[in-house]
Design a protein around this ligand. Structure first.
Ligand SMILES: Cc1cc2nc3c(=O)[nH]c(=O)nc-3n(C[C@H](O)[C@H](O)[C@H](O)COP(=O)(O)OP(=O)(O)OC[C@H]3O[C@@H](n4cnc5c(N)ncnc54)[C@H](O)[C@@H]3O)c2cc1C
Length: 324
């Protein structure tokens, strides 16, 4: 029987929120997830434009910890993930780069499905007092989570607030191009990782990757160039990108285009704790890739830790905690 109020509410169905829901299910908690978007995945979500599909945020993930590795292998056995490549250079470096199947959203969706949580999509949380759970896990980027907590009257202790206020993020502009034909110049993996290009950081051919049925390029500008062009019009950004692409690809015949501005592409510096909780009513835990991450696996680990802390809070073992 479903309870009138969930034990724990999670804000955000990105990988941190999905990981928290998954762990809470293992621990036997009743969980509700609130997600502002219509799909899960957050910064690893995919997007459709003019019939083409794009991974427009995270392009791949690595697995270092055993729990994440085992889960990703389980997802692969279920058809929701696969090893994309062992490196983007001429010679493989031996490390697995995983991606979701058919796209990056699929992995987050699979993990969320395992949690069996009630998920409310298209539901932006604007006031935490509307949530009736005993504990809340916040997984949006830190500035969003912090202002949500403060505006809801659940302000953290001043030293925690200071730590959270100091978090700064790099920006990434993603230029998404639907093409008339397959571009020339992409390697077999379908992606070019540019380590010393001052303008472009990553070029991914979504069709070659298996994400899109139509030719479609995702181009990530470097963090520096993204900052420089942030306020420019989409038209200017696309024109700039097409010009810089000529160095790497030919046959780029664009039929539709779009720009995604990732304001919170990744933390400039991570907070060493896996998540941070503080005593309030309801109790709050703040988590995500900014904690002990960054990147997809960091966000996963943070979500797991947040779930453990929220559960400890329910059973009376809570209290402010900034330790792993
Ligand atoms: C351009 C780009 C490229 C990247 N490349 C890589 C890569 O190649 N490899 C890698 O490992 N990592 C990469 N990353 C980083 C990776 O995507 C993130 O570390 C990870 O996805 C963050 O997950 P998260 O759950 O912490 O946050 P998010 O994914 O941001 O999840 C937070 C969720 O909260 C939701 N939300 C926000 N506010 C509210 C609200 N008020 N109410 C309800 N829901 C709300 C959001 O919609 C979102 O779904 C990249 C990121 C970007 C932006």
């Amino acid at each position: 029987m479903t309870k009138a109020s969930p034990d724990i509410a999670i804000v955000g169905a990105g990988i941190a929120g999905a990981a928290a829901a998954y762990r809470l299910h293992q621990l036997g908690a009743d969980v509700e997830v609130h997600e502002t978007s219509s799909i899960p995945g957050g910064r690893m979500a995919s997007l459709e434009i003019a019939g083409a599909t794009f991974d427009h945020g995270a392009q791949f993930f690595t697995t270092r910890g055993t729990e994440f590795q085992n889960l990703v292998e389980e997802a692969a056995n279920s058809g929701a993930a696969r090893v994309w490549t062992h490196g983007f250079g001429d010679v493989p470096d031996g490390y697995q780069r995983w991606c979701g199947v058919p796209d990056m959203t699929a992995f987050a969706r699979w993990l969320l499905g395992k949690s069996e949580a009630t998920v409310r999509f298209d539901e932006a949380v604007t006031d935490l007092s509307q949530l009736t759970a005993q504990a809340i896990i916040l997984t949006p980027p830190v500035p969003v989570s912090l202002s949500l907590a403060i505006n809801s009257g659940l302000e953290p202790p001043s030293h925690v607030r200071k730590t959270l206020e100091a978090v700064d993020y790099k920006r990434t502009i993603a230029v998404l191009l639907v093409l008339n034909q397959t571009p020339l110049g992409t390697p077999a993996t379908g992606a070019i990782q540019l380590l010393d290009d001052p303008y472009l950081a990553f070029i991914s051919d979504n069709q070659a990757k298996g994400v899109s049925s139509l030719p479609a390029l995702t181009v990530h500008l470097t963090n520096e160039t993204s900052l420089e062009l942030w306020e420019e019009s989409d038209e200017t950004i696309i024109h700039f990108t097409l010009d810089k692409l000529k160095t790497h690809l030919s046959n780029v015949d664009v039929t539709s285009q779009a720009v995604t501005r990732w304001r919170y592409a990744g933390p400039v510096e991570v907070i060493p704790d896996l998540s941070i909780s503080w005593n309030s009513r309801p109790s709050l835990v703040i988590a995500g890739e900014t904690f002990n991450g960054p990147k997809v696996e960091g966000a996963f680990n943070s979500g797991i830790d947040a779930a453990n802390k929220a559960m400890a809070g329910l059973s009376g073992g809570g209290g402010e905690s900034c330790n792993e």
